[in-house]
Write a protein that binds this ligand. Structure first.
Ligand code: ADP
Ligand code: ADP
Length: 225
């Protein structure tokens, strides 16, 4: 069982905005939804957990390792699917995953091939593996992002606003994919869409103005909203 412990995290940006206000939460395997409006501090919290930025105060541990003192402790076990996608090089989806896998340190050719083929199957992109990712639809890109995030068998994946702009069918597909993944690792889902959390998550917290205001089971919390 993986365990992510966030303890009294505070972050104020240089412009005076207090983006995280004494955030504490413990997260174990399953899908955890972080629900809140734009500007609530979700991305700041996600980036802090991913050790992409430092908090002013507080501590984070992942499976007993101090993430702030030793960012490599979480980076090796983390898949991060940010909200904004970069520009894709003009190579096939398969080759792009292959390059990314090498960057993640998967140097054995056979291991890489097996892993990439399995991920392409899982994300239902195997038949499109020879296409350039920039020609993919929004839903395909999201699924490609998941394949990318799952390279190297992470124990924690962070998904920031994943279903914004997807049509209902793609959203469904994406939900099924995430549910499958969330059975064995921690999936942290940040969203402002109540249905994403209601349909997918086993635990959730509501974030508002930098603070976690409510934590519990979606079925209980959401019916009270
Ligand atoms: P969310 O992901 O919930 O939309 P963010 O973490 O992006 O929230 O932002 C929280 C608050 O911090 C917002 O008021 C936002 O404008 C501010 N903020 C985010 N990033 C920065 C930054 N780099 N510098 C200054 N303020 C920022
Ligand atoms: P390429 O021309 O890009 O190498 P191939 O169609 O030859 O693509 O397949 C690449 C690899 O994927 C081969 O090793 C093949 O055995 C394997 N493969 C093909 N179809 C499947 C499938 N449905 N499931 C798993 N592996 C497959």
């Amino acid at each position: 069982m993986n365990e992510l412990i966030i303890n009294n995290i505070n972050k104020t940006y240089a412009n005076g905005v207090k983006a995280l206000d004494d955030v504490s939460v413990t997260i174990t395997n399953g899908m955890f939804g972080l629900l809140g409006p734009n500007g609530a501090g979700k991305s700041t919290l996600m980036r802090t957990i991913a050790a992409l930025q430092e908090p002013d105060e507080g501590s984070i541990s992942f499976n007993g390792n101090d993430v702030i003192k030793d960012p490599s402790a979480i980076r090796r076990q983390l898949g991060y699917l940010p909200q904004e996608f970069g520009v894709y090089p003009k190579i096939s989806a398969y080759r792009l995953l292959d390059h990314l896998a090498i960057l993640k340190g998967i140097l054995d050719n056979r291991e890489r091939k097996e892993q990439i083929e399995a991920l392409l199957q899982q994300t239902n992109l195997y038949q499109d593996r020879k296409k350039v990712v920039s020609t993919f639809s929004g839903g395909m890109r999201q699924r490609f992002g998941i394949a990318q995030a799952l390279l190297g068998d992470p124990q924690l994946i962070i998904v920031d606003e994943p279903t914004a702009g997807l049509d209902p069918e793609e959203r469904n597909r994406f939900h099924n994919l995430l549910s499958e993944i969330g059975e064995n690792i921690i999936v942290l889902l940040s969203t402002h869409i109540v249905e994403d959390v209601r349909d997918l998550c086993t635990r959730m917290a509501i974030m508002s103005e930098g603070g976690l205001v409510l934590e519990g089971e979606p079925r209980q919390l959401i019916k009270d909203l």
